[in-house]
Every structure is written in structure tokens, then in C-alpha cells.
Design a protein around this ligand. Structure first.
Ligand SMILES: Nc1ncnc2c1ncn2[C@@H]1O[C@H](COP(=O)(O)OP(=O)(O)OP(=O)(O)O)[C@@H](O)[C@H]1O
Length: 260
């Protein structure tokens, strides 16, 4: 069974510059519980302990939803609404502070195209490392090697260390590697689609194959046309909470209207 079940999930981050005078002034000038009113950027800030002055940002605040097999869910919301944090909770990268996060099924997160890559190794060696981590059988590697080399189009740079790559070259290789698995639950951050226009077109084709074979997709994006095309359901997040959850056109129309 493939399923995502979140129940009353909370996650806060400590603010290490919480001691700054101007921030304290802002927080303590509010009501007794010192909560900064929801703004159009970031999660709410609270003073967790007034004696130490520990300040927390509430990235997720009482998030509850289920996602079932066959659903393609888009996350929208202002900057700092909690979309990437939610994606990281689903991917098991962050533990929840409170609440239940139940993820049933093999899950793969496309969040940072270069995560897990070693800058001292060549593109080809990074491919071997990636295949080893995935536990792929040895006989599959030559086929993958050809596929990645052709897709990334790095020419002689494929056999040079990653530290010599431009950022776009790093993205090409990272993308080619990260799109090898065929998970049941696919999590995707929009940064993943960076790269030059020609590469984006190729990348899109490759992604479509990956998305098509996944049982569940969760994608964050500020590009609403992508969400309208790829999703069956939208979660609109605001300051760590779900503001609206429903059909693509209903939610995106309301979201667009709120942008003014
Ligand atoms: N590692 C971290 N340490 C401290 N605060 C964090 C951290 N990650 C996120 N936050 C805070 O949590 C809140 C939610 O951030 P998140 O990155 O999830 O937002 P987002 O909706 O993905 O934003 P964007 O659209 O700008 O990418 C923000 O207020 C942010 O400042």
C-alpha cells in the first residue's frame, strides 16, 4: 500500500540570532504570548522561553492530511510558508517535533540535485558511488553509465572532478543521477528544474517518465502552470498551516486571487 498520512504535525526551528535587540523588541512588543502575526513571509515566530529569550520559527503548525495512491499533489504558498520543510518531513530528512508522519512506500526526494555527490570524484565515479548507494546490481551499471553520459552531455568533463564543473554542469549530472530511481512516492522541489532552457526541455521529458511511474507525487512550485498541468490536488500553505486543500483549479484560482 502506498500512503502518506500526516496528523497534527508541528516543526519549529530555533533562531540563533534570537538575541538580536531589534527582533526581541518586535516580539516582546506584541501580546503576552509574543506571537508575531502571520505575515506574507516565513513561519510565525514565538518566544519559547522568556527567561532565556529562545526564539522559534514555526515552520509547520498542526498540519494534517492524507495522500492516496494516484494523487499528484502540488504545494503552493508564500516564501517561507513551510513547503520545503513539509517536503523534507515527508522524505524523512526532518523528524517532526510533534504529531504523526506515516509514509508507506518507497520514497525518493528530488530536493537538491547535488546532494550526496563528492566534488573530488569525476562524474563517472560519482555515478558508480550513486549506483552503489542504491544497491544496483553490477551488470546494470554499464547501461546506466551510457544513459547518464548521453543525457548529461558533459563531454570530456564526465571524466574530470566535479569541483571543476560550472553550477549548470553540476545540475545536469545531479539531475541525471537523481532521476535514475523509480520510487512509489516521489517528492520534488522546484529548484530541481533549474538549468538552461534546452536542458529543461530534456529534463522535463525524463521527469515525466519518473512521475508517470510513481504512485504518489508531491511537488512544490511557484510556477502555477506546472502545477495546473501536473497535479490533481493542491495544498495551499500559509505560515506553516494548510490554508486550503482541494481541486487544482479551485485552490489555484483562490491562491492567485489572494496575490492581487
Ligand atoms: N534550517 C532552518 N533553520 C531555521 N529556520 C528554517 C530552516 N528551514 C526553514 N526555516 C524557516 O521555516 C520557515 C519555512 O521555511 P520553508 O523553507 O519550508 O518555506 P518554503 O515555503 O519552502 O519557502 P520558499 O517558497 O521561499 O522556498 C521559514 O520561516 C524559514 O525561515
Amino acid at each position: 500500500m502506498t500512503l502518506v498520512h500526516l496528523e497534527d504535525v508541528y516543526l519549529s526551528f530555533p533562531v540563533f540570532h534570537g538575541a538580536s535587540r531589534s527582533l526581541k523588541k518586535t516580539l516582546f512588543s506584541r501580546a503576552k504570548n509574543a506571537v508575531v502575526a502571520p505575515s506574507k513571509v516565513g513561519g510565525n515566530m514565538t518566544v519559547a522561553d522568556s527567561s532565556s529569550g529562545l526564539v522559534l520559527v514555526e515552520a509547520l503548525s498542526g498540519v494534517t492530511f492524507d495522500i492516496h495512491k494516484g494523487e499528484r499533489v502540488g504545494l503552493v504558498g508564500h516564501n517561507g510558508a513551510g513547503k520545503s520543510t513539509l517536503l523534507r518531513v515527508l522524505g524523512g530528512i526532518y523528524e517532526t517535533g510533534r504529531g504523526v508522519a506515516q509514509i508507506e512506500g518507497d520514497c525518493h526526494a528530488l530536493i537538491d540535485p547535488q546532494s550526496g555527490m563528492n566534488p573530488e570524484l569525476t562524474g563517472r565515479e560519482n555515478l558508480y558511488l550513486f549506483a552503489y548507494r542504491l544497491g544496483l546490481p553490477k551488470e546494470k551499471i554499464p547501461v546506466l553509465e551510457k544513459e547518464v553520459e548521453e543525457f548529461a552531455e558533459l563531454g570530456p568533463f564526465f571524466d574530470l572532478p566535479l569541483r571543476l564543473y560550472s553550477s549548470g554542469m553540476g545540475i545536469r549530472l545531479g539531475f541525471a543521477l537523481a532521476t535514475i530511481p523509480r520510487p512509489q512516492i516521489l517528492l520534488m522541489d522546484e529548484w530541481f528544474m533549474a538549468g538552461d532552457q534546452r536542458f529543461q526541455d530534456k529534463a522535463r521529458q525524463r521527469l515525466e517518465g519518473m512521475v508517470g511511474s510513481a504512485d504518489i507525487l508531491v511537488i512544490t512550485s511557484h510556477t502555477l502552470s506546472i502545477l495546473r498541468e501536473w497535479c490533481t490536488r493542491i495544498l495551499w500553505m500559509e505560515a506553516g498551516k494548510i490554508r486550503m486543500d482541494g481541486k487544482v483549479d479551485d485552490v489555484l484560482d483562490a491562491y492567485e486571487a489572494s496575490l492581487g
